[in-house]
Design a protein around this ligand. Structure first.
Ligand code: ARG
Length: 584
């Protein structure tokens, strides 16, 4: 099913055409004055210039044409030439039935098959997941699910940072602590590496990182270890594999808790085998130049307003860096998936890096010319002081600690409400805590910074994940009370109340949110739509006494609408990767 404004645009365009005007004037948008009408079309103003005729006359012709076609209850012209449109109840109900019967529940589908790769998560192996990784995971997961809901083939790729200096630092430090380990010996012959664990890694990385800043010899050793690892020294590869084993298990557990899952667990290291091809293509196309011993590609253009430095592909010691792996990865993605779009959900401070690598990729023809490469930068999660969120002692908070505290806060909140199902409390608290964090993040446009405020996120009122989960549980309890489930049928004919009409409109407008959310790769549209739907349901629920209604037709119409509301709300939550709870 198409988004409602697309459906109406088609109808109104035809009316313009039938009246002898250009059909392209018939664009319909959602009204910004819902008290006056549901939809509007302002095409008469552009028409006025074209046909040297008052906009009021043009809109009048079109309105006349639209009346009586059964689609609109009213098609009114408001001076100087606005066309205000409101759907007839019959049509509104028919749209509800269409949505209910649609296997995609009203999510507009892609017109042609497309493959999208979403690069998100991007944690660095060896460093524990911290809250700096939260936004990429949450936003990337929602964008992935939204794209998938539109019928596209979507691959989420975690793109592990597993090939850089952070590994060299850990290797160098382990070597200093355990010089006797066989993997560090020059005559290493494949003996197993002693087992590591997450706690050990969490201690070693920050220690080594700090040390490299104070101790130049250690820093050089870490850089050398990185270089040797990248050139395949067997003992180092063996340690690297052990670090990967421990890290990946920890990452899977933490992302799992957050409801984030990746289709592809590739890392920078997997791009390594495409590097020779990258070098060959760049050389053949004459794009490589030397600069202070390094191999670089110039990407500046005459229109650049800000400085655009060349991209370093190989440093003077011949080592590869971030840009090298990102470019090699593009080659791999092109070969394996021939994608139509590659999107990167990464901190917006990396914008320059992506501008640079996209330019190199285009110049070198690493992807099809029509493949969309887009950087979806996100802002910072701040604490109440307006600075990047920190632990009490000013450190970077581990993701697992943040999740623990969110769950604890949720459990506390729930125990003060009428929450009785003790057995489910733990799981419910987990879901409520995670929902609060995710919705608190996603309700903001991804490019904006926001303040992390657990109390606010857990509130039962306002635009919060808690409110949404609570709304679903209210529908659950009413359905249970009347002995129905989410497949209860919709009413056959009549719309009885205003609140009912508003609820149907909210369901209909969800399609707009999916559409704009996908086009702008911005899950906040889905959050707004979910909230609008939940709020419309709340009004509907208060205005109509569903369980006590004695008029059978009315009662079953309302039950059917509760059921559809539940399904559509769950669709929103599913796209946002927020797990509902049965009761709370
Ligand atoms: N590991 C990187 C970091 O921590 C993020 C990776 C983003 N993705 C990419 N293709 N560069 O900054």
């Amino acid at each position: 099913m198409k988004a409602i404004t697309d459906i109406l645009t088609q109808i109104v365009s035809r009316a313009f055409e039938d009246c002898g005007y250009d059909p392209s004037l018939g664009t319909v948008t959602v009204s910004d004055r819902m008290d006056l009408c549901q939809f509007q079309c302002n095409g008469a103003f552009a028409g006025a210039k074209l046909y040297k005729k008052a906009p009021f006359m043009i809109a009048g012709d079109v309105a006349e044409r639209l009346r009586g076609n059964g689609v609109f209850k009213s098609a009114e012209v408001v001076k100087p030439g606005f066309l205000n449109l409101t759907l007839s109840d019959e049509r509104l109900l028919a749209f509800m039935r269409e949505i209910a019967a649609d296997p995609n529940l009203g999510v507009p589908q892609a017109e042609k098959p497309e493959t999208v790769i979403i690069d998100y998560g991007g944690p660095n192996v060896a460093k524990p997941l911290h809250i700096g990784h939260l936004r990429s995971a949450i936003i990337g997961e929602a964008i992935k699910r939204l794209a998938r809901a539109t019928g596209r083939t979507v691959y989420g790729d975690i793109h592990l940072g597993d090939w850089g200096l952070q590994i060299g630092l850990v290797i160098a430090e382990l070597k200093e602590r355990h010089p006797d380990w066989r993997c560090f010996a020059d005559d290493y012959a494949g003996e197993p590496v002693p087992e590591l664990d997450v706690d050990a890694l969490s201690e070693i990385y920050p220690f080594a990182s700090k040390k490299s800043k104070e101790d130049a010899a250690f820093k050089a050793a870490a850089q050398a270890a990185t270089g040797e690892l990248q050139s395949g020294r067997p003992g180092y590869i063996a340690v690297w594999k052990e670090i990967m084993r421990v890290s990946t298990a920890d990452l899977k557990a933490n992302y799992g808790r957050l409801g984030v899952d990746f289709d592809l667990w590739y890392g920078e290291s997997d791009a390594d085998k495409y590097e020779p091809e990258l070098m060959r293509v760049l050389t053949e196309k004459g794009l490589l130049t030397e600069s202070e011993g390094a191999k670089v590609v110039e990407v500046a253009t005459d229109d650049d307003k800000a400085p655009m430095p060349p991209v370093i592909i190989k440093k003077s010691d011949n080592s590869s860096i971030y840009a090298t792996t990102d470019l090699s990865t593009i080659i791999q993605r092109q070969k394996d998936y021939n994608p139509d779009k590659i999107w990167y959900v990464v901190d917006k401070r990396q914008s320059l890096h992506f501008t640079q690598i996209f330019r190199v990729a285009r110049k070198a023809g690493l992807v099809r010319d029509d493949c969309e490469l887009e950087f979806l930068g996100f802002g910072t999660m701040n604490g109440s002081d307006g600075h990047a969120y920190k632990t009490r002692d000013g450190g970077v908070m581990r993701l697992s600690d943040l999740l623990d505290s969110a769950e604890a806060a949720a459990a506390e909140k729930l125990s003060s409400s009428e929450f009785t199902e003790a057995g489910r409390r733990g799981e419910t608290a987990r879901r409520v805590g995670v929902a609060a964090i995710k919705f608190g993040d996603l309700i903001n446009h991804r490019s904006k910074d926001y303040v992390f405020d657990m109390d606010k996120f857990l509130s039962f009122e306002g635009k919060t994940g808690t409110y949404l989960l609570y709304s679903v549980t209210r529908i659950n309890s009413i359905l249970k009370k009347v002995g129905a489930d989410e497949n209860a049928p919709l009413a056959a004919a009549e719309v009885y109340t205003d609140a009912e009409r508003e609820l149907m409109l909210a369901i209909l407008l969800a399609g707009e949110a999916y559409k704009h959310g996908f086009e702008e790769k911005a899950p906040n549209y889905i959050c707004e739509s979910a909230y609008m739907l939940a709020a419309a349901f709340s009004k509907f629920y208060h205005d109509n006494h569903i369980a006590g209604e004695t008029d059978e037709a009315r009662r079953s119409a309302w039950i059917g609408l509760c059921a559809l509301t539940k399904r559509v709300l769950l669709k929103h939550l599913d796209i946002l990767s927020i797990e509902p709870v049965e009761s709370m």
